[in-house]
Ligand binder design. Sequence first.
Ligand SMILES: Cc1cc2nc3c(=O)[nH]c(=O)nc-3n(C[C@H](O)[C@H](O)[C@H](O)COP(=O)(O)O)c2cc1C
Length: 201
Amino acid sequence: MEFRDAIRHRRMVRKFEQRPIRDDVLSRVLEVARHAPSGGFSQGFDFIVLAKPEELEWFYRTTDDPTDPEPFPGREPNFAPACIVLPFANKRLYLDRYAQPDKLQFGMDKEENWPVPFWTVDTSMAIMLILLAAVNEGLGAWYFGITRGEHDVVNELGVPPSCTMLGVIALGYPSSEDKPRGSVFARRRRPFEEMFHLGRW
Ligand SMILES: Cc1cc2nc3c(=O)[nH]c(=O)nc-3n(C[C@H](O)[C@H](O)[C@H](O)COP(=O)(O)O)c2cc1C
């Protein structure tokens, strides 16, 4: 697929066909994260992949907020994704990397000296690569946040304290019944001229 087509075709898919993703396809989609840029090449992004039925069922049970009117994967079993990927920004790898001799001069071996937490920036870039790689493989991806159960998720999955969960990526083959919905209809895409400030704001 052409690069521009992957970007244009990417949109959040919220209803999935009930068929598994082959291991080789899933590996190709996830592997792209290894090529994300990162400050000091710290590569502070980790992912937990949940693909077994019992893992997915546990995740939905732990995180679904019944008061949330938005659709939630697992609430509609006929449209649930084949796989859930949890991305984590791993701060420890940055603080350790910036304690090395070639970086120590910047003083960023201490968290309070980071004006922008690059572990969040870099993990977001890695997430974006996964969303695009999914399109390239004919899959759909849904990135979303959870409002319930995060504490239980990180505890039960043994996530180290230096890691922050940055939302959820659901992956699967798009259902023919999936239709764009939500904010994308209520809002316009900001024009280029409004978004880009040439020379100055
Ligand atoms: C940080 C972030 C959080 C989001 N959270 C949710 C969410 O909780 N639920 C959801 O359905 N979509 C969520 N989305 C998807 C956005 O609604 C979607 O990207 C936006 O409306 C543009 O639509 P598109 O991605 O289909 O082009 C989120 C996207 C981002 C980048």
